[in-house]
Design a binder for this molecule. Structure first.
Ligand SMILES: [Ca+2]
Length: 268
């Protein structure tokens, strides 16, 4: 296991976007089985990887932006973070405050930002990637003193009818247990869709951005990007934070969230 390995550096030369064309060629044996050329020609362009890990298994080793197509979904672009062990599909990144994360439900549903910079992939795309599956979620946090923290857990994600409820699967340990406690299922909230667990407060409005808010105070990686602790008390609450690591009012320097199918050993 090397989940604690340092985050991959951002590519200085952006990798070339490789159309997914080479890997799906039919074998000669198939030709002998009587498949018609026309039917195969039709099937080629649909041969996109379902996610970054499938792309990794097919031999893609460098990180970058690629087209994927989960089963039953339209193709869309994702940023793939390739490590020596596998491919991670990045679903969120904050590095410099260049993108406004104080957005409403539709923006969080559909995604926003720049896949090569700061972005939110979008809840609907995440759900299509994950579908009914079990996925690892790897969260990487950095503070302003050069320290980093990695949190990983297995989860599933419901569709819009469940308000994209995040369900924790498997045991909790360490940092995550401290941060999330007993909340094993959390729907997603924005300030125009309050699904949080605090009845008298709209957590997304009180803080900022959209998140799987429980009772407002545990974590919000989609808060406002601050380079120092704001003076105003109400602003301090709106930052990017992970309470049990750096505290409630420490604005984190960078965050990355990425996913990969769990139980990889089950794959061919
Ligand atoms: Ca509420």
């Amino acid at each position: 296991m090397s989940w604690g390995s340092p985050r991959s550096p951002q590519p200085i030369c952006a990798p070339v976007e490789v159309p997914w064309a080479d890997k799906g060629q039919p074998s000669l044996a198939l030709l002998g089985l009587g498949a018609t050329l026309s039917s195969m020609a039709l099937s080629f362009p649909a041969e996109l990887p379902q996610d970054c890990h499938q792309l990794f298994l097919a031999g893609q080793q460098s990180s970058g932006v690629f087209q994927v197509q989960p089963a039953g979904s339209q193709p869309f672009k994702v940023y793939c973070d390739m490590t020596t062990e596998g491919g991670w599909t990045v679903i969120q990144r904050r590095t410099d405050g260049s993108v406004d994360f104080d957005q409403l439900w539709d923006a969080y549903k559909n995604g926003f930002g720049d896949l090569r910079g700061d972005f939110w992939l979008g809840l609907e795309k995440m759900h299509r990637l994950i579908q009914e599956g079990r996925f690892n979620l790897l969260i990487e946090l950095e503070d302003w003193e050069g320290n980093s923290q990695v949190i990983q857990f297995v989860f599933s994600l419901g569709g819009e009818s469940t308000a994209y409820t995040l369900s924790l699967l498997g045991p909790l340990s360490g940092e995550l247990e401290n941060a999330i406690g007993d909340f094993r299922q959390l729907p997603f909230s924005t300030r125009d869709r309050d699904h949080d667990l605090k009845a008298d407060t709209n957590c997304a409005k009180h803080l900022s951005g959209g998140w799987w808010f429980s009772t407002c105070g545990h974590a919000n990686l989609n808060g406002k990007y601050f380079r120092s602790i704001p003076r105003q008390r109400h602003e301090r609450k709106q930052g990017i934070f992970w309470k049990t690591w750096k505290g409630r009012y420490y604005p984190l320097k960078s965050t990355t969230m990425k996913i990969q199918p769990a139980a990889l050993e089950a794959e061919p």
